[in-house]
Design a protein. Sequence first.
Length: 154
Amino acid sequence: MEVTIKKKYSFLKKTGLFFLIILIVSAAWLWYVFTEKYADTSQITPAYSMTALDLIHEFEKNDSLANKKYAEKIMVLSGEVSEVEGVDSTVNIKMADSTSGSYVIFAFQQQDFGLAKKIKLGEKVSIKGSCSGGAFSKILETEFITFKRCAINH
């Protein structure tokens, strides 16, 4: 009977130690992800450079393949601004395909809010950012592609 109790106690001890290690590793990973700092996008060499319409058409053809190719890549897109959304703490700029309604939306880095707010509807600009990927909206029946950490490309 004493041997059975020792085996149970040993098993519980090992299981508890295992979960404690998993908890510590998970907490360290979460801390790393939430405190990760990115380099200023304007200082990074882009992997791709194209027009916003070309990117939209590529996503419309096959968004799964385009996501594999462009997701988390720094890109420079040029095109005509179709909408400027000034939100409380950020500015979002859209470039849209007028025939399909599909669009690319750019969210700017904090240090670039001032420049982004000066951009006007219809203006031709070049924007550098990290592609978050794209998806097809069944509700809107359009493709949308999002970018984060964007900067005006000079």
